[in-house]
Design a protein around this ligand. Structure first.
Ligand code: BDP
Length: 591
């Protein structure tokens, strides 16, 4: 559970400037935690370093924590972490986007100061998530296969980090580090499942504790009034005429579950809302919902992928400004604080695992990587466990743009198992999807098995480049094909790079005019289709990517620049989305 401070619990943040060094250095320098080190540490190695770096700080266990249960919690370390206390290895963790906790109870003395060291590795490979490409080339290398001198030089690439994904491989201690204390008898986990029966909300609350005492469960409204209460480990509570959590601009009403033991208490905010796929519709609170929004990244100029609450508040505000209602956490689970903010701001989230890059363009079957599936399931289940109570989360994305074309049978078997695991792991049983790469869709056996068909399409950009007339025709033809599949569909990515300030009288590639025209053209194809339940432009803002011939200073498909200034396309979407209600029912049967 997320760290809390109250009359029984303490959470001390270890944020600040830590000692930092690259693996082979003996000298320490400084790095701020939480943040990626790549931009802040001015060193020629910082940007494209491959391997491990070390961080070091000291912490003291307060005298007042005697007899308490004590944990050290990392929001995330990208990608792999080894944690040492006074030079002794106490924990190893694989994966860069989810929290981990180290139980220090009984292992530390009160009043004593300890040296905390973290060794963080940023290597990615065929078995990591996100996926690295051991052979190279990088995602956007123009590698002209076959040139002997290039082939010779490329052998060196295999030794370095070759991300098989289009975002910068930001590394380090990227999210908050907390030292937490609570009573030995404490609340370990809370699960909340809301349902609606007419005008009554039925709320199942399960509480797991470390002891035997029955917890008290109270539900408070936004004015702090108790609206329902019971004691027990697994209880059903009812609220008459509940106020629902609805996406902005409706009110995202939040109740608080206040759970108490004689030695502990924990408050968790939750919303009463339901989600369900029915026929061609995506229902939120029983009403057809239309996704308007973007794919995002955790990305900013100085902190890199480092947790940044100020930026999150600004981004949520800009999503409102756009008249958007949703985003996808492309291509990894984001910092927990963003989900709580979206609960409050009424922003709908498609929550994605870090499974990006399972695609080697047919040169290799990605599904044969040893141990990958088991690890993927572990990450998926941990993400669902972490985010299960957030009303903002309405759908799980198992991964982004895997190969479903060259190894269609392996793909179907692999993703089917993950799909089932996601449904089984989610107490709220939200819809599950996997985001489909632009490919020969007629060969794809997987995408159609998901609850919602989610497509990333770049007609007019990576193919039929610049020819929006033909791009529209091609998208239309493909949408005809999906229509016959009979599932709800959304575009989870479509867009064009626009270099901010580059203009052209006629829309030409890389100009702001082209980006706006591109989105307008594709939107027109979506508008005609009753089974299209949403549109998420790629991307919210320009973001940093691996260097390459198509990435001048990063990926420029943002509606905003990296420092959040709107491009022409942002104004276009803002005008468009003002006219599309959240509750647009394109199939038109209910209204
Ligand atoms: C898609 C990927 C996304 C990329 C985007 C692009 O899902 O990560 O950034 O294309 O090329 O293939 O801009």
């Amino acid at each position: 559970m997320y760290p809390a401070s109250n009359k029984f619990r303490s959470a001390l943040s270890l944020q600040g400037i830590w000692d930092f060094r690259f693996e082979d250095d003996d000298q320490w320098t400084c790095a701020y935690v939480p943040a990626s080190y790549n931009n802040q540490v001015i060193d020629p190695r910082s940007r494209y370093y491959t391997g491990s770096v070390h961080y070091r700080t000291r912490f003291t266990i307060p005298e007042a924590w005697k007899g308490q249960f004590i944990i050290l919690r990392f929001g995330s370390v990208t990608h792999d972490a080894q944690v040492f206390i006074d030079h002794e290895l106490v924990y190893s963790h694989k994966g860069g986007f989810l929290p981990f906790e180290i139980n220090l109870t009984g292992k530390v003395e009160h009043g004593k100061t300890y040296l905390l060291e973290v060794k963080a590795s940023n290597r990615v490979d065929h078995c990591s998530l996100p996926v690295g490409n051991e052979e190279g080339p990088a995602f956007f290398g123009s590698d002209n296969p076959g040139i002997p001198s290039v082939e010779e030089a490329k052998k060196e690439l295999a030794r370095s980090n070759q991300p098989n994904f289009d975002f910068f491989n930001y590394s380090g201690i990227t999210r908050s580090v907390w030292l937490c204390s609570m009573a030995q008898d404490h609340i370990e986990d809370i699960t909340i499942v809301p349902a609606l029966e007419g005008s009554i909300a039925i709320i199942d609350v399960s509480v797991r504790t470390s002891g035997h005492e029955r917890p008290m469960i109270e539900i408070l409204d936004e004015d702090g009034r108790i609206v329902s209460l019971r004691s027990g480990f697994k209880e059903t509570l009812a609220i008459k005429n509940p106020k629902l959590w609805n996406p902005w601009p409706d009110k995202p009403y939040l109740y608080t579950a206040h759970i108490t033991l004689s030695s502990d208490e924990y408050d968790i905010q939750f919303g009463i809302r339901t989600v369900k796929v029915e026929g061609k519709r995506f229902l939120v609170n029983g009403k057809p919902f239309y996704f308007k929004g973007v794919g995002k990244h955790e990305d900013s100029a100085i902190r890199g992928r480092g947790q940044d609450q100020c930026l999150n508040v600004m981004d949520a505000g800009l999503l409102h400004w756009l008249n958007a209602n949703s985003f996808r956490t492309s291509h990894y689970p984001y910092a927990e604080e963003m989900y709580s903010l979206c609960d409050r701001q009424g922003i709908v989230i498609i929550d994605e695992t870090p499974a990006v890059g399972l695609n080697f363009q047919g040169k290799k079957n990605p599904y044969e990587a040893p141990g990958l599936k088991a690890y993927h399931i572990e990450v998926l289940e941990q993400m669902i466990q972490r985010d299960k109570n957030h009303p903002s989360v309405v759908m799980w994305s198992l991964g982004n743009e895997p190969d479903t074309e060259h190894f269609p049978e392996s793909a179907r078997a692999y993703w089917q198992e993950l799909y089932e695991r996601a449904h089984a792991a989610d107490p709220q049983n939200r819809p599950v999807t996997m985001v489909c790469c632009q490919n020969d869709y007629t060969r794809d056996l997987t995408t159609r098995t998901m609850d919602v068909v989610c497509l990333n399409r770049y007609y007019g950009w990576y193919n039929l480049s610049g020819r929006l007339d033909l791009a529209k025709r091609a998208l239309d033809q493909e949408l005809d094909w999906w229509q016959a599949i009979g599932k709800p569909l959304m575009l989870t990515e479509y867009g064009a790079d626009a270099l901010p300030g580059l203009h052209s009288v006629e829309p030409e590639m890389f100009s702001e005019e082209f980006q706006a025209k591109y989105l307008e053209t594709m939107n027109a194809a979506l508008d005609k289709r009753d089974f299209v339940i949403g549109e998420q432009a790629w991307n919210f803002a320009d973001f940093d990517a691996q260097q390459g011939p198509m990435r001048p200073g990063g990926n420029h498909k943002g509606l905003f620049t990296q420092d959040r200034k709107p491009k022409m396309a942002a104004h276009l979407e803002r005008r468009r989305w003002a006219l599309i209600s959240n509750w647009t029912d394109k199939a038109g049967i209910t209204q």
